[in-house]
Design a protein around this ligand. Structure first.
Ligand code: CO
Length: 215
C-alpha cells in the first residue's frame, strides 16, 4: 500500500466520525449531552474481537446500552485482569442485569485452536479453547464433517465460558442477590441471526460443587 493510500484509509475514519456526529446532532441536539451524563447499561457483552461481530450493531442497540469486553474467541480466563476488571465493574458498579457471552460461527480463533498449526504468541490464548476441545473430545471427534465440528466447538466454547463466569466470586455474589443472569449466544454470518444456546445460568445449583464459594 502506498503511503498516500495508508493516510487515506486512516482519514476515512475521522471523516466518517464527523458526518456521524453531525447526523446524531441533527436527529437530537441533546444526544451527546445525554451520553455525557453517564452510562447505565443493562448488559455486559463478552464477545469475539472479530471485526464482523459488533455488539451494538447486531443487536440493534444504541450507545450506552451495552458494556463491552472483547477478545479472541470470547474466552473467560479467571486470571485475566482485564476481563475480571470489566466483569467486576459491570456487576458491582453498573449493576448489569445480564451477561452475554456471544461467540460466532466461523470464528478464526476456534478454527485455529482446532488445528495443529503454530500460531505464534496466540498459541497461549488458544490453549484455553484446546482445553474445551479436550473436555468434549468424545462428542467432537464423532462429528466427521469438519465444518460441523467447528460449529459445535464454537457452541461448546460459549457454554464453557458461561460456566467460567459462574465460577467467579463476582458472579456468584450477584446470583446470591438474585440480580444477574448469564447467557450464551452464537451469531451466524449466514443469516445475521443470533442463536440463544439456552444455557442461561442464574443459580449456584447449575455449578459443580467444587466451584461454589461459601458467601
Ligand atoms: Co471469532
Amino acid at each position: 500500500m502506498e503511503k498516500e493510500e495508508i493516510k487515506k484509509s486512516y482519514e476515512r475514519l475521522l471523516i466518517g466520525n464527523q458526518s456521524w456526529a453531525a447526523e446524531k446532532l441533527n436527529q437530537d441536539p441533546n444526544y451527546f449531552k445525554g451520553l455525557a451524563m453517564g452510562q447505565n447499561p443493562e448488559y455486559l457483552w463478552i464477545g469475539c474481537s472479530d471485526s464482523r461481530v459488533p455488539a451494538n450493531e447486531i443487536t440493534g442497540t444504541k450507545s450506552g446500552e451495552i458494556f463491552v469486553h472483547r477478545n479472541i474467541a470470547n474466552v473467560v480466563v479467571h486470571t485475566d485482569m482485564n476481563l475480571l476488571s470489566v466483569l467486576y465493574y459491570a456487576v458491582e458498579v453498573l449493576h448489569v442485569k445480564h451477561i452475554i457471552v456471544c461467540g460466532h460461527y466461523g470464528c478464526g480463533g476456534v478454527i485455529a485452536a482446532m488445528s495443529n498449526k503454530d500460531n505464534g504468541f496466540v498459541n497461549n490464548w488458544l490453549r484455553n479453547i484446546k482445553e474445551v476441545y479436550e473436555k468434549h473430545s468424545i462428542e467432537l471427534d464423532a462429528i466427521e464433517d469438519l465444518n460441523l465440528r467447528e460449529n459445535r466447538l464454537v457452541e461448546l466454547n460459549v457454554m464453557e465460558q458461561v460456566c467460567n463466569l459462574g465460577k467467579t466470586k463476582i458472579v456468584q455474589q450477584a446470583w446470591k442477590r438474585r440480580e444477574l443472569q448469564v447467557h450464551g449466544w452464537v451469531y451466524g454470518f449466514d443469516n445475521g441471526l443470533i442463536k440463544d444456546l439456552n444455557v442461561m445460568v442464574d443459580e449456584l445449583s447449575d455449578l459443580q460443587p467444587i466451584f461454589r464459594f461459601n458467601l
